[in-house]
Design a binder for this molecule. Structure first.
Ligand code: MUC
Ligand code: MG
Length: 373
């Protein structure tokens, strides 16, 4: 029997509405744009992948448009005709010819895994060595920009048993204003919830010294990326003095970044994101670096839709320890789905399908409705 070959790659930009504006330090999202990859193989099997970022070029080095263009112009010619069943060989071929572009790379690795899983009748988690759990606890981000609204939203989530971990996006306002906002939310929720913040690199080191102190003293459990990824020595100093643990997010743009952060002692928690490492297998390499260095793990998101979210989840459920749980809530921020069965969220957890591949089917009508033409 000859191995299945990769026949064609199709990339689709999809623009979806969100339930409310999502206010981050660098950008307010009023919708979300996904890049969906369909990888068609000679045996008739199709693998699906997703490469999604936040706010065009506001967050990372790749935009939806550049991801699509690079997949079409550079990735596809390298992949067409290659063995679809040898994921190592296909990804190594890309490694030799393409620098960076971890978002696009992640979509390809995901689609290859999905196709191979469907072919072999195995969930992606089993291709990654086997799941050690079936569900993941999921945090929710409070980012309406209004303290009262955020508290109401958190109360609703607790009542519905959907989330009991909340991440607050801060950094856009004056320091005192942001600190008061976070402390008020923590006071209202008390021990019923874990409250964390994400500054998205917006503090200077001097602001962070004060911010981390106040937040740590007020029961905030975790501080994500307080200062610029470029200020490595500042991150090391903060990691030593902050009373609340520091998590690296933007600092990790590759598996190699994870290694150097670990070597420098620049964070005690890593946010794992498939898009920023180059796929579900690549993110597990970062997880292994963290584990070897005694760094705790958190399952991060680029606010992907169902495809990217489940691709992340299949990787994360293979991990022995995920001490800080996950934020795989992307699909819950969208008002529309482009898959036939939406991911299942229940009892504070995302339940990961055990059907072949990612366990998803694209809904052709919805895809046609929301694709950018
Ligand atoms: C980030 O920086 O972590 C994840 C959740 C959210 O609300 O924004 C993202 C990006
Ligand atoms: Mg972050």
């Amino acid at each position: 029997m000859t191995a299945a070959r990769i026949e064609r790659l199709e990339t689709i930009i999809v623009d979806l509405p969100t339930i409310r504006p999502h206010k981050l330090a660098m950008h307010t999202m009023r919708g979300q744009t996904l890049v969906i990859l369909r990888l068609l193989c000679s045996d008739g099997v199709e693998g699906i992948g997703e490469a999604t970022t936040i706010g065009g070029l506001a967050y990372g080095n790749e935009s939806p448009e550049s991801i699509k263009s690079n997949l079409d112009s550079y990735f596809a010619p390298l992949l067409v005709g290659q063995d679809a069943e040898n994921i190592n060989a296909a990804m190594q071929r890309l490694d030799k010819a393409i620098k960076g572009n971890t978002f696009a790379r992640s979509a390809v690795e995901t689609a290859l895994l999905d196709a191979q899983g469907k072919r072999l009748g195995l969930p992606v988690s089993e291709l990654l060595g086997g799941r050690v759990r079936d569900a993941l606890e999921v945090a929710w981000t409070l980012a309406s920009g209004d303290t009262g609204k955020d508290i109401e939203e958190a109360e609703r989530m607790l009542e519905q048993r959907r989330h009991r971990i909340f991440k607050l996006k801060i950094g856009a306002n004056a320091l005192e204003h942001d600190l008061a906002h976070v402390v008020a939310i923590k006071k209202a929720l008390g021990d019923r919830a874990s409250v964390r913040v994400d500054v998205n690199q917006y503090w200077s080191e001097s602001q962070a010294i004060k911010g981390c102190q106040v937040l740590g003293e007020n029961g905030i459990d975790l501080i994500e990326q307080p200062i610029s990824r470029i200020n490595r020595s500042g991150q090391v100093r903060l990691n030593q003095r902050s009373p609340a643990p520091i998590m690296a997010d933007e600092s990790i743009e590759s598996v190699e970044d994870a290694f150097s952060l670990a070597a420098d002692g620049a964070a005690s928690i890593f946010a794992l994101k498939i898009a920023k490492n180059g796929g579900p297998r690549a993110v597990l390499r970062t997880a292994q670096i963290a584990q070897a260095a005694g760094i705790a793990l958190y399952g991060g998101t680029m606010l992907e839709g169902a495809v990217g979210t489940l691709a992340s989840a299949h990787a994360f459920i293979t991990l022995d320890q995920l001490q800080w749980h996950t934020e795989l809530f992307g699909p819950l921020l969208l008002t529309e789905e482009i898959v036939t069965e939406a991911p299942v969220y229940r009892d504070f957890q995302l339940h990961v399908p055990a059907t072949p591949g990612l366990g998803l089917t694209l809904d052709e009508d919805r895809l046609a409705r929301f694709r950018r033409t």
